[in-house]
Design a protein around this ligand. Structure first.
Ligand SMILES: [Zn+2]
Length: 228
């Protein structure tokens, strides 16, 4: 499959598969792949070409565009709240449950898990102090934010963005799975405000057909929200 590997620094890469972005972070002792993309069943092989370190996997969440190469791993870090979504997408393997406050030590590089439920029940972000970056998955990005169908909860989403203020000052950039790379932390309150406007019924939506679903599209400027 066509993809592009972009080195962020000597031990950090992003891999773009056209629709979605995944990350590889190396420490002194091991490396962590974050998501396996939409069209990257070979994601583990791609990672192993970039680093010789033992390789582990974390999923920001279990939507199908983030798990295409998961079967190469017997186990992986994921929120346990994501299991129904993962299994209904046909996901295999054993979940090593992680949630807010948990850390993953790559050796001289300790990553921290941040819960961001709403887009899916177990959406998580990864805080990387080395890059001062928050690897956000789908909830924080300037593209299309999927909030229609099973497992979505817009008020939970707004609450997650509110709670994220506890981490203010600990990251300078946000690295999302879709849309522009990187984005500014100032996007968080903007998305929060946009979600509130939709929740309060004050946003003007447009009924559209999308991937076989009748949904309401809210172009909020900062991002496009796709809702039921
Ligand atoms: Zn996605």
């Amino acid at each position: 499959m066509a993809y592009e590997v972009i080195k962020i620094n000597p031990r950090t890469w992003r891999i773009e598969d056209g629709g979605v972005r995944i990350f590889l972070l190396a420490g002194d002792d091991k490396a962590l792949l974050i998501d396996t993309g939409m069209t990257l069943p070979n994601a583990a092989e791609i990672a192993r070409e970039l680093t010789d370190l033992p390789l582990e996997l974390l999923n920001t969440h279990a939507d199908r565009d983030h798990i295409s190469g998961n079967s190469a791993f017997d186990s992986f870090y994921m929120s346990p709240l994501e299991e129904p979504n993962y299994r209904s997408a046909g996901g295999t393997g054993t979940i090593k449950p992680v949630s807010q406050g948990d850390t993953i030590d790559l050796g001289g590089r300790v990553l921290e898990i941040v819960d961001l439920p709403g887009h899916t029940p177990g959406s998580i972000a990864v805080l990387d102090p080395e890059c001062r970056a928050l690897i956000s998955g789908d909830p924080i990005q300037d593209g299309r934010i999927f909030m229609f169908g099973r497992f979505r909860d817009l008020s939970k989403y707004a609450g997650s963005l509110e709670a994220l203020s506890a981490f203010d000052g600990r990251y300078d950039e946000i690295w999302p799975s879709h849309g522009s790379f990187p984005v500014s932390p100032s996007l968080v309150p903007q998305l929060r405000a946009a979600a509130d406007i939709i929740l309060n019924g004050r946003a003007e939506g447009k009924k559209v057909e999308f991937m076989g679903n009748s949904i309401t599209e809210y172009d909020m400027g900062v991002a496009v929200f796709l809702c039921d």
